[in-house]
Design a protein around this ligand. Structure first.
Ligand code: SNW
Length: 298
């Protein structure tokens, strides 16, 4: 009753009647409340979520032989979006360096590409909670002579532009000659043709090239302080919170674990993303280096 009185006072009887009518007509009039209801996450196109991704970071995100996006990040995000009530998920491949700008300037609703959450990146976008924490790997040909990161001085080291690997190398591999590439495939082709001596990329993507070309790791560097998250435009709290809710549900019911085992077979299972019943509180397996621990120094 109180509410009705207030509305009547504010709008007058005619206005209140019009308001009531518009509700009865299924909210056909425009207004913020309605926009909120029909497009709660402020999507570019209501009902569809437009995702900036990268087509060659297998097994995180890549296009298969039919040109369809797939991979761990892609399947996880699609599952999470569904839980948030969004069934139409459209992935578009970008150079990695274009992903976050595309999200920040509203060309895309979200960025999904094994994007490590860092303070620097948080100046331009917001992130969901983390969903993957692993290593950065120096990939090289078996006979390259680069056996550890100690051998990098004077060598040509590939990095993808805008990646954490680039930032890490600038800071820590100061005597390597950095060669910047738009994507991993171009860099690895460069390595195969001898244009560069090694390429610095994400651990799981490196495993894939090792399998494909017989390359080896010259060092795995922990990147647990920058777990991957879904990037959303700053202040799109509704979307970020809905993704977080879906993400935690996917972790709690074992979906995350299933996808991890599917896409990263043989990799140590990190505990922090497993259903709470499966967490023992023991140090996460994933916090031990799988191979070379001499990574930090050069
Ligand atoms: O920081 C890691 C995280 O711990 C996990 O291993 C997944 O990859 C990372 O997020 C790092 N990924 C790179 C980055 O964020 C490269 C991403 C890419 O190549 N698309 O810059």
């Amino acid at each position: 009753m109180k509410k009705k009185n207030l509305i009547t006072r504010t709008l007058g009887a005619v206005g209140a009647a019009a308001l009531a009518a518009s509700f009865l007509a299924g909210c056909s009039s425009s207004g913020e409340a309605e926009a909120q209801q029909e497009n709660p996450y402020g999507l570019i196109e209501p009902g569809t979520i437009r995702v900036a991704s990268v087509g060659d970071i297998k097994p995180y995100a890549y296009t298969d032989s039919n040109g369809e996006f797939t991979g761990f990040d892609v399947e996880l995000f699609t599952d999470v979006a569904k839980r948030a009530g969004i069934d139409d998920v459209v992935f578009t491949g970008q150079d990695f360096a274009a992903v976050l700008p595309g999200v920040a300037n509203g060309q895309f609703d979200v960025g999904v590409a094994a994007i490590g959450i860092t303070e620097e990146r948080q100046q331009t976008v917001d992130f969901s909670d983390g969903y993957l924490a692993g290593y950065l790997t120096v990939l090289t040909a078996e006979d390259s002579g680069v056996e550890s990161v100690e051998d990098l001085p004077g060598q040509r080291l590939g990095v993808v532009q805008g990646s954490l690997q680039e930032a890490y190398a600038v800071e820590n591999f100061t005597e390597a000659d950095l060669v910047r590439f738009p994507d991993n495939n171009t860099a690895v082709s460069g390595m195969n043709s001898g244009a560069i001596d090694a390429h610095f990329l994400d651990y799981e993507a490196a495993q894939d090239y090792m399998e494909q070309y017989g390359h080896v790791s010259a060092g795995d560097i922990p990147s647990f302080d920058a777990p991957a998250g879904f990037a959303v435009a700053k202040e799109n709290d509704e979307l970020r919170e809905a993704l977080n809710e879906g993400l935690h549900a996917a972790m709690e019911d074992g979906t995350w674990k299933e996808l991890y085992q599917k896409w990263f077979p043989g990799s140590p299972m990190p505990e922090q993303y497993l259903p709470s019943a499966e967490q023992t509180g023991a140090p996460a397996e994933g916090s031990e280096a799988p191979a070379d621990e001499s990574a930090d120094s050069q």
